[in-house]
Design a protein around this ligand. Structure first.
Ligand code: CMC
Length: 393
């Protein structure tokens, strides 16, 4: 009943008003609260960008210090939460662990999370941003059988995450400023991206008034798919499968073949019909990290660069405006830093948490917000009489 438009995949449906992130897909522009992503990546820090997304302005020096103190204060997880990990098989995908453990946070903060109270909303946001590195690092530690590392509040956000991931009680991780900066940049590049699938999932889940920690777990589930955040993992697997530069033409041929489901992972975007500005920064960061680690010869980077060159000059990709996206170069950096492929999407989730919770907060505070309830075109049976079991043939 009533009039509605049919729009599978929501290609032309605006679901909300938002003042957080602006994308001009034709021009390849991405702004957070008016600031260009490349400027933020070059000049800012991830906690500053978190503050910006949540509050709408870059923090003053005093606000920045206060925000840092808040994030550090919330960086530990409840000791009881550590027990959740042992319920998972050792070989569980860390994204599966993330869905479970982050969802479990809702039980820890169930009573205190009154979404009508702006103070509680803010505390929920701070807790999530502060605890995600700890939860993500623990997912990694569990998979390799090493002890969990407690957060170190004397380190920066990115340094602390690397420490909790790669440090051990017998051999503490030595902070490398170049790698920490690269990690911080990767977090900035993934912080928000307006109404993508996972953010829309968080908003939809939250529109019923659900617990915000549970909503973020829903976002993590949506992010996991290879068409979304899981693409960074899929890119690296694809590059490894290609194996050598001379196999690229064959792969490009497959990507163009209508009868083949294969797609070039890390290429194309629903909104960008130009070079993804995040991919540009990611490519530069990739070169910086490989140089710092003394990796002169990375065959996967050679394959990626050649693939990009060939694809960008091929009429199929040019006509369809398929450019490298944020996921195309990130995997090479993360691999060089020592992360297993299965952790790539976890890092995306860690960084995107601030975007999700900022968008959730904006939705809850929007006076026109309603429960999300799409309509459908019904294609099933017309009304028919019930057939008793003994009469069904
Ligand atoms: N390789 C080959 N052909 C492609 C690709 C690709 N990567 N992406 C799109 N196409 C073709 C597609 O076959 C279609 O052709 P036709 O019009 O002849 O049917 C046309 O381009 C449009 O594709 P679409 O699937 O209708 O576009 P979409 O906006 O629904 O999908 C996308 C966007 C990102 C899901 C898609 O480009 C894709 O699957 N890319 C590979 C996965 C990937 O890298 N995802 C990460 C996205 S960025 C980070 C994030 O969102 O998390």
């Amino acid at each position: 009943t009533g009039y509605f438009t049919y729009d599978p995949g929501f290609t032309s449906t605006g679901s909300c008003e938002s003042a957080i992130t602006y994308i001009d897909g034709d021009e390849g522009v991405l702004l957070h609260r008016g600031y260009a992503i490349d400027e933020l990546a070059k000049n800012s820090t991830f906690p500053e960008v978190c503050f910006l997304l949540l509050n709408g302005h870059l923090p003053t020096a005093a606000e920045s210090t206060e925000f840092d103190v808040i994030l550090r204060r919330h960086s530990m997880v409840h000791e009881q939460l550590t027990k959740f990990y042992s319920g998972f098989r050792r070989d569980a995908h860390p994204m599966a662990i993330m869905c479970g453990v982050v969802g479990a946070l809702s039980a820890f903060y169930h009573d205190s999370t009154d979404i009508e109270d702006p103070v509680e909303r803010k505390i929920a946001a701070h807790r999530l941003i502060a605890k995600m590195p700890t939860i993500a690092a623990m997912a990694y530690k569990y998979s390799v059988g090493q002890p969990f590392m407690y957060p170190r509040n004397d380190l920066t956000y990115a340094e602390n995450f690397l420490y909790m991931t790669f440090g051990t009680p017998c051999e503490p991780y030595k902070v490398n400023p170049i790698l920490s900066k690269a990690m911080d940049k990767i977090f900035i590049l993934h912080a928000d991206h307006e109404q993508n699938a996972s953010t829309s999932t968080v908003r939809l889940a939250g529109s019923s008034g659900a617990n915000p920690f549970a909503c973020i777990a829903a976002g993590i589930a949506s992010l996991w798919g290879p068409a979304h955040g899981g693409a960074n993992e899929a890119v690296l697997k694809m590059l490894e499968e290609i194996g050598s530069v001379d196999r690229i033409p064959e792969i490009v041929r497959r990507a163009k073949d209508k009868n083949d489901n294969f797609r070039l992972m890390g290429f194309g975007h629903r909104v960008y019909k130009n070079y993804d500005p995040r991919a540009q920064v990611m490519r530069e960061t990739c070169h910086e990290v490989l140089a710092e680690l003394g990796i002169k010869n990375e065959p996967l980077l050679d394959i990626a660069m050649e693939l990009e060159k060939i694809a960008l000059s091929d009429p199929y990709f040019v006509e369809k405006k398929l450019y490298p996206n944020v996921d195309f170069y990130s995997g090479i950096i993360l691999k060089a830093m020592g992360f297993p492929t299965s952790m790539f999407t976890v890092l995306f989730a860690l960084a995107r948490t601030v975007g999700w919770i900022s968008q959730w907060k904006e939705m809850i505070e929007d006076p026109v917000q309603k429960i999300g309830r799409p309509r459908q075109l019904f294609t099933g049976e017309n009304k028919r009489p019930f057939v008793p079991l003994n009469e069904r043939g």
